[in-house]
Design a protein around this ligand. Sequence first.
Ligand code: C5P
Length: 409
Amino acid sequence: MTKPQPLRDTKILLGVTGGIAVYKSAELCRMLQRAGAQVRVVMSEAACRFVTPLTFETLTGHPVGIHMFGDTGGTGGTGGVISHIELAKFADILVVAPATADYMARCAQGRANDLLAAVTLAHEGPIIFAPAMNTGMWRNFATERNVSDLVENHGWHMVPPGEGHLACGDQGPGRLAELGDILDAVCAVRRPKLMGKKVVITAGPTAEDIDPVRSITNRSSGIMGCELARMALYHAALEVTVILGPCPAEPPWGSRVIPIRSAREMQVAVNAEAETADVVIMAAAVSDWRPATISPEKLKRADGTISLPLVPNPDILGELGARMAGRDRPILVGFALETDNLLDSAQDKLKRKQVHIMVGNMARDALESATTEAVILEDNGAVWESGRVTKTELADAIIDRISRRFAQS
Ligand code: C5P
């Protein structure tokens, strides 16, 4: 299976304005290209003070646009004179990272006093911007007003700055968002396979408490569920909710997270969210049993051998499948993690849990790993084997199967 290229056939104009975060824009340029995009770059004059245009010219194989007119020259590269209309027409998406306070202020006013501002004004497609600046500038009333104007009135998509140590020595909001989050935002705008859909995903293990400090859990990293959430956002889902058990994986920026611990907490959340969902994907490793009682005090080692009666947890997906049987919404997707007889067990679960899609994988391949080998079974008899893939690639394939069902109906 080839790597997913969510930005294949996408033309992106990367606008780079002048702040210290410019050094990260070169890596963003590479990431966009790796995701399949054709990238051209426009820099402000101030940005050229931080990183030379030659860097971007070398990465993209194209001249970098800088000046409106030919008489300003002196970029060290091609001279940087490209028509702003030509550039605006080239771009499916304009991505500005970093976006300075001044650039945003000028755009909020509709000014066109340098090449990038002129292209921005002429561009008719989506604009994604990632502000980066000193905390004081970011919190300034005028900046706040300009940002909300661009988002609320101009329809721009913002990837907000993160918090942390800034290059100027201050601590607070203002640093450029993670490049992966910017890439996610670009993909979300581009690939509308789940446009407008509400997707609910369970991820990670559940923890069933024994006493205040101990629990029974599953060996689940949460990576599969979080990658599904990332891919659902790539494909422009309207809302992605991750019902997340205790695990190290981090759901993607832009998803809504409902943290839970036990299977019963997960069931309450799943049932509430499923009412309005278009898709429910149960990627969590739910504990099949829980202790019959939770000791209010910590159990003592001095108690010696203890026995722990376990009672079965509800089968969240099975009960949901039974309740939704015969309905084609929400599309229900389950996971079957097996140690043997993968195909037979997955086929059996597809029917028994009354789901539309069942993804089977072997525990030895998938547990706590970034890669897996899976089989996707559908209730219409379709079978698809993945071979060894990353969980991101598998998530992309699962979303693809789901989107085909929407396309058919
Ligand atoms: O029956 P089994 O645990 O193998 O089924 C796995 C699928 O069912 C997964 O999608 C898992 O999230 C879901 N499940 C559930 N409730 C349980 C156990 C598993 O919803 N108690």
